[in-house]
Design a protein around this ligand. Structure first.
Ligand SMILES: [Cu+2]
Length: 159
């Protein structure tokens, strides 16, 4: 009898601890978006691309959408290479596992900006909002980089 009672007490404390933990997780942003950059576009080009690194410190989540004031629309695209030809296609969601990091990079997954009213000019910034299924919306300022002038400019954090 005594053992049973003490077990119940332990379980009660555990349950209280878990409830407290879940509140803490919900209050903090569990998804971090870093090293975002957009490729500069020449005049007349209708679409642009944004790259970044997404780290998920919380439970499994999915990137399900994006939008930007610099474009009429934004989609999540995946790239694949077949016979030396790189093709990209729209995907509905990008899964980001618990504790995982996903890199959006040239030649791979990216956020496509569709219908640019004006070119993306190197040295300026564009606003981007990423929509996550669980974490909600996360907005970032994205520096525009001319990759031809500085191939590794996106790695320069001081920019
Ligand atoms: Cu694309």
């Amino acid at each position: 009898m005594i053992v049973t009672n003490s077990r119940r007490t332990v379980l009660g404390v555990l349950a209280a601890g878990l409830a407290c933990l879940s509140v803490t997780v919900a209050a903090e942003p569990s998804i971090h978006v870093v090293d975002a950059w957009a490729r500069a576009t020449p005049p007349g080009v209708e679409n642009g691309a944004v790259y970044c690194k997404i780290t998920n410190h919380g439970a499994a989540d999915r990137l399900v959408g994006a939008r930007s004031s610099a474009a009429r629309g934004a989609e999540i695209h995946a790239s694949s290479s077949e016979n030396g030809v790189v093709e990209m296609r729209r995907i509905d969601a990008l899964p980001i596992g618990a504790g995982a990091s996903v890199e959006l990079a040239p030649g791979g997954t990216h956020v496509m900006l569709l219908g640019l009213p004006a070119p993306l000019v190197a040295g300026t910034k564009v606003a981007l909002t990423l929509v996550f299924e669980a974490a909600g919306e996360i907005s970032v300022e994205v520096p525009v980089v001319d990759v031809r002038a500085a191939p590794t400019a996106h790695e320069h954090h001081a920019q």
